[in-house]
Write a protein that binds this ligand. Structure first.
Ligand SMILES: Nc1nc2c(ncn2[C@@H]2O[C@H](COP(=O)(O)OP(=O)(O)OP(=O)(O)O)[C@@H](O)[C@H]2O)c(=O)[nH]1
Ligand SMILES: [Mg+2]
Ligand SMILES: [Zn+2]
Length: 358
């Protein structure tokens, strides 16, 4: 009889569920959530940060942070998730002296109102912020931001189904008249896009900070933007007790120092649930959109998408065809050349990426 070989088994690939399997998993999860909700000792909590070995949660603003482990097969968990937790009785927990020991367990993740994910070629999509309703993109002029990059963030906001807020930072150094005029033109273009708002300011001088804060309080915002635009400066300016919040996370997790690679949820006012929430995403600097379908790209350019059915040819590529409603709108000045160029670029990337998949 052939001897079974256990040692050289290749690592198991993460299996993708088909639609029916996924729907069964979802049904079971829904049943489980209903059972848990009625059960004694089950608490609802918000995920503050996924620390790798454990997940730090809080049952409400101002409450102590709790370190949790999690039940297997409940899917990926990220900052902003609402979860159901139970306290593990001491018989189940091992050495109580050990600080990293989790006394709580995440039993289920509640359905998300929204989720924003990072694509990874090898591991698929990984969520990094859940239940947000606003995407903040910080941009600046040193170096001047690229419209095509900014547009990717806006497409992503549209795909996730949240509003977009553009914050143009470092106005204290925006003194050159030509650059100033250029930024003003861009602001006019972006402000005209549905569901997009634009605020100017300087985190150095605090100019415009009130206007920015007005857009952030009472919203759940994920912070994005390229390296050096001022994301950390913003968090430090708006979260006065940032050190305390960060220290509490380290303490709760039992890790010496707060990890800076995972997304973390901060409260604009640590004692008030209704105040705004900021999710900082240190590991995510930009978004790719090539993996999105051409459809998603088209919807993501929300001033262009209403025209899509109006081209003369149903398979119009919007590049050279006569009777193209989009090209016509660009010629008329109703759609900016800048956004049109960026639309075609994103669309081409998406189409090419779909071809390569086949
Ligand atoms: N002049 C000026 N400098 C600023 C302003 N805001 C931030 N800075 C500076 O810009 C630099 C980068 O700011 P950070 O907050 O570290 O940028 P970041 O977005 O967190 O960058 P990464 O962590 O690399 O993604 C720092 O030297 C800040 O002091 C501003 O309003 N005006
Ligand atoms: Mg930073
Ligand atoms: Zn067209």
């Amino acid at each position: 009889m052939a001897k079974k070989q256990f040692s050289k088994r290749p690592p198991r690939k993460q299996q993708r569920l088909n639609k029916r399997q996924q729907s069964t998993v979802n049904d079971n999860m829904q049943k489980r959530i209903e059972q848990l909700r009625g059960a004694e000792g089950v608490l609802e909590a918000t995920v503050i940060s996924h620390m790798g070995y454990n997940i730090v949660v809080q049952t409400q603003a101002g409450a102590p942070l709790l370190a949790c482990d999690w039940r297997q097969h409940i899917g990926a968990i990220c900052a902003g998730d609402q979860v159901l937790i139970t306290e593990q009785n001491s018989a189940q927990t091992a050495d109580k002296q050990q600080k990293t020991e989790s006394n709580y367990r995440i039993e289920a993740v509640l359905p998300r109102a929204s989720v924003i994910e990072k694509q990874n070629v090898y591991r698929g999509a990984k969520p990094f912020a859940a239940n947000i309703n606003q995407l903040l993109v910080i941009i600046t002029h040193e170096p001047m931001f690229q419209a095509s990059l900014l547009d990717r963030y806006l497409v992503m906001a549209n795909v996730v189904g949240v509003e977009a807020l553009i914050y143009f930072n470092k106005t204290d150094t925006l003194t050159d008249a030509d650059t100033l005029a250029h930024v003003k033109r861009l602001q006019a273009i972006y402000e005209a896009i549905p569901n997009v708002r634009w605020v100017n300011g300087s985190l150095k001088t605090a100019h415009g900070l009130d206007a920015l804060l007005a857009q952030l309080s009472h919203r759940k915002t994920v912070i994005t933007g390229q390296s050096g635009v001022g994301k950390s400066t913003l968090i430090n300016a708006l979260i006065p007790d940032i050190d305390i919040q960060t220290m509490s996370i380290s303490e709760a997790s039992g890790l010496g120092r707060h990890s800076t690679t995972n997304s973390t949820l901060y409260r604009l006012n640590p004692d008030m649930t209704e105040e705004g929430i900021l999710i900082d995403t240190p590991g995510v600097r930009s978004f790719d959109t090539y993996h999105l379908s051409p459809d998603a790209i088209e919807r993501g350019f929300s001033e262009i998408s209403p025209l899509l059915g109006s081209c003369q040819f149903s398979d119009c590529s919007h590049t050279h065809e006569s009777g193209c409603a989009i090209k016509h709108a660009v010629e008329q000045g109703d759609i900016s050349q800048l956004r049109y160029d960026s639309f075609l670029q994103a669309l081409t990337e998406s189409i090419n990426s779909q071809k390569n998949k086949r």
